[in-house]
Ligand binder design. Sequence first.
Ligand code: UDP
Length: 390
Amino acid sequence: MSAPRVLFLAHSAVLGGGERSLLDLAAHWRGEREVMVLGDGPFIEALRKRDVPTAIEPLGALASVKRESGAPGLGALTDVARLATRVAKSARDVDVIHANSQKSFVVAAAAGLLARRPVVWHLRDILTTAHFSSANIRAAVLLANARAAAVIANSQATAAAFIEAGGSAELVHVVHNGLSPEAFDAVSPAAAAAVRRQIAPDGAYVLAAVARLAPWKGQHVVIAATQDLPGTQTWIVGAPLFGEDDYAAKLHAQVKGLELGSRVQFLGERQDVPTILRAADAVVHSAVEAEPFGRVVVEAMLSRRPVIATDAGGVREILRDGDTGLLVKPGDPVALADAVRRLRAMAPALREAMVQRAYDDAVARFSVRAMTRSVEQLLAAVVSDRPRRS
Ligand code: UDP
């Protein structure tokens, strides 16, 4: 089977999890492809580094339409029309348009009509009111039911929320994200030890919490748990990528208020996450709302580090509690601190066996190759037999 020619459309040039997953997909695609990004930023550089043909188109007034917004204004609608015309022009040279996220799906749906090309929406968000306005969810689901040839959900949890919101079940196909073990296998013990020496005092037990700073990612819970864990050093890794500066300020104030300045460190956005994870003793994922997938949980497994994660959303499909990691109630610092204590008290041989199972499981179940082949097959089926309903 040859992979169809595809135009990948991405609404954001910020390098978040959704963009990193698209980067892997586009880099491993076996057919012709181009990624059109509605904006300029670090994602562009990352695509070019991997030799993925890339085009940039400014998002315009659409940039101000937030997930929580209601109906878009006239400026945004004008921009949808402008962008759709532009995307349709490129889409005439491909077989199918792949929309990575909700905003790009709106543009892609209009472009697909103009260019007479099928549109597949890769849904990487949980469509609930914890993340989106009701109006936003309704509009997205109606548009998907009317215009998507298929919807790819990055987890069962994402698929279930789409269907719960009124999305057509027959459109949805679950394809878990894939992650390459190479970058994690390549971390040398010396490099990890050097990072650790730089950042952590001798003898500390290091917890790494890697996620962009956002209230729903729950860094405040990790900080509160740290207070209860003498001898631990917590690394908060990540930046407020989507304007959550107030939350970042609150986290700093929380650390100051609890006098944890010597035990909680903010490392900002890092480009060396594999080394950071390897340098830590354990990895903590703390989302207080359901995570659509949770790349960082798989990254911790590939780093051969024990991982504690919150028991919700896509994370439940990644980790098996007590077998490949520990799951805790979301938003509960006492439960989190308790899980860290249980992990520390575990016999080293048992902990190592858990970590090895987690590594093997991540390699077997979340491969980039399997993800790419699944999406290639789905898009090929859409192209040969449209509109396709599963
Ligand atoms: N990440 C990174 N540097 C940071 C913080 C995060 O490279 O300082 C990466 C992290 O390794 C992961 C991605 O950003 O690959 C976040 O994806 P995830 O699915 O965990 O969360 P999202 O941001 O998509 O909600």
